[in-house]
Structures are given as structure tokens and as C-alpha cells.
Design a protein around this ligand. Structure first.
Ligand code: GLY
Length: 288
């Protein structure tokens, strides 16, 4: 049994945009190709997420939302369920694919989480090209930031970032029975410089454990960290609960603290779910 679930983020717009649906679908195809070719769950989730980091309409990598000072600061994490290895980066400005650097940290195994310049220095030492931070900014994101600067009431600081989709993520089960999760994001529009969200925080935005399953979250990062959303869902799955029910109950904890979001799950049997309490979440899945 193999399974893959991909999300392009939760949002408050009434419907997800076509471009976001397309990027999500393509990410699923690319990740599935890895699984179908005998690749690992870890390879599959990284492949899916790095594609979405290239999609200008999704809030990760190129096209990510801007902080209040007009810069992009990216967060990402990846985790595999065999021995719960994990890697995460935060506040990176010069990486086109933060998820790849999170993967390099996971492989190195010395540290789980690096932030800012230290993460970029690590990436460069591993042979990753450092890019001009401005090359991550789309004209649409710059225009939205300019509009917000002129009229702060126009954009707010909620997680849906300029009406586009939110964070991206993927979870997978491979033929060997291993699970993995990856999540990548630009965070929230108008955030303070230096703010880190839930996505790179293991147990909040990202979690994988072969004894239970894998999860990737999207939505209000502050609240997701406070309820450790991924953990809330995965511990229910570990006890045998179906992913759909586990996701729904975990999101109820988010509701209890006054926030909304979404989560994708795969369990160790290949059962999957995508559940959200926002107006929409772009997501898709495949198994077999
Ligand atoms: N869920 C993404 C963030 O709040 O940063």
C-alpha cells in the first residue's frame, strides 16, 4: 500500500484558485511518481513540496507572502517516521527550496532546527545556491504589500496572505511501510520580522512516526503551535482512530482556542484525510 496527500494551504477566500489547484495536483503527480517508482515516503514528500515552493500562487518559496518590513522569511520542515529523524529551517531569505535544506539537516543528523543566517550558511556549505531574496517576491505579493502599507486595514495580518492559498505540505506512506511529512511556508502576511510559525515546529505543523502516521498542518500558526495540532491528530491515529475523525477532533482543539486551519493525514495503514475549518483548503490525494 502506498498513499500520498498534498495540500496547498487553508484560506478564507470562498474557493481555491485554479492555479493553486493545478500546482497541488502537479505536486501530487510528481510525488506519486516517486512512490510508484519504489522511492521512499521521504523522497515523495520532498518532491511534492519543492514543486509547490516553485508555484507563484502558493505561499512557500517563490511567491511567499511578505512580512511587515517587506521581506520574505521562509520556514520549512521534513520528518520521516522510521526513527523520527527531522530537519527544519526558519527565517530563511536566500533559499529557493527551504524543504531541501530541511532534508539536508535531517540527513546530517546533528541538529534538527536552524534559523536565519545559520541555516543559510549550513545550506551553502552543503552546496546549495544562495539566491537574491528579492527573487522570491512576485509582483502580486509586492503590490499587496504596498497596498497594505498604504492602508494597513486592507490586508490585516491573518494567515491567508493576500487572499491566496496558505502553507504547503505533503504526507506519504511508501511500500516499505514508512511515513513522512513535509511542510513549507512564507508564514503570514504582515508578520513581524523574526516571527516563526508552526510549519517548522515538529509536533505543531509537521509530524511523522511509523507507529502512527504523518501529518502536515496549515492555518493560524500561533494557535497551531499552542495546541500542537499535528501531535493532537497523530496521537489519536496512533490509538487506532480513523484519520478523518482524528483530524476533525484535532481541529476542534484549534476551534476551542478561537482559530481555524486544516490538516492532512496518512496513517500506517494508508488511510488518508484532509480536513479543514477554514472556507477552503486546496488538497488532493492518491493511494493504491
Ligand atoms: N501556518 C503557517 C504559519 O502560520 O506560519
Amino acid at each position: 500500500m502506498r498513499a500520498l496527500v498534498v495540500h496547498g494551504g487553508a484560506g478564507t477566500a470562498p474557493v481555491a484558485g485554479e492555479a493553486q489547484e493545478l500546482a497541488c495536483g502537479r505536486a501530487l503527480d510528481l510525488g506519486w511518481k516517486v512512490l510508484a517508482g519504489g522511492g521512499s515516503a521521504l523522497d515523495a514528500v520532498v518532491r511534492a513540496v519543492e514543486h509547490m515552493e516553485d508555484a507563484p500562487t502558493l505561499n512557500a518559496g517563490y511567491g511567499a507572502c511578505l512580512s511587515e518590513d517587506g521581506t520574505v522569511e521562509l520556514d520549512a520542515a521534513v520528518m520521516e517516521g522510521t526513527t523520527r529523524r527531522a530537519g527544519a529551517v526558519a527565517l530563511v531569505r536566500r533559499l529557493r527550496h527551504p524543504v531541501r535544506v530541511a532534508r539536508l539537516l535531517l540527513e546530517e543528523g546533528r541538529h534538527v532546527f536552524l534559523a536565519g543566517a545559520a541555516a543559510e550558511t549550513f545550506a551553502a556549505a552543503q552546496g546549495v545556491a544562495l539566491i537574491d531574496p528579492e527573487s522570491l517576491v512576485t509582483p502580486e505579493r509586492r503590490a499587496a504589500w504596498e497596498a497594505r502599507r498604504r492602508d494597513p486595514a486592507s490586508g490585516g495580518t491573518r494567515f491567508t496572505s493576500d487572499g491566496g492559498a496558505g502553507t504547503v505540505g505533503a504526507v506519504a506512506l511508501d511500500a516499505a511501510g514508512h511515513v513522512a511529512a513535509a511542510t513549507s511556508t512564507g508564514g503570514i502576511s504582515g508578520k513581524r520580522a523574526g516571527r516563526i510559525g508552526d510549519s517548522p515546529v515538529i509536533g505543531a505543523g509537521t509530524l511523522a512516526d511509523d507507529g502512527a502516521g504523518a501529518a502536515s498542518a496549515t492555518g493560524d500558526g500561533e494557535a497551531i503551535m499552542r495546541v500542537t495540532l499535528a501531535s493532537a491528530a497523530i496521537e489519536r491515529v496512533r490509538s487506532g482512530m480513523a484519520p478523518e475523525r482524528a483530524a476533525t477532533l484535532a481541529l476542534a482543539e484549534l476551534t476551542r482556542v478561537g482559530a481555524r486551519g486544516g490538516i492532512i493525514l496518512v496513517d500506517r495503514f494508508g488511510r488518508t484525510a484532509g480536513v479543514y475549518t477554514t472556507a477552503y483548503m486546496t488538497w488532493c490525494r492518491r493511494s493504491g
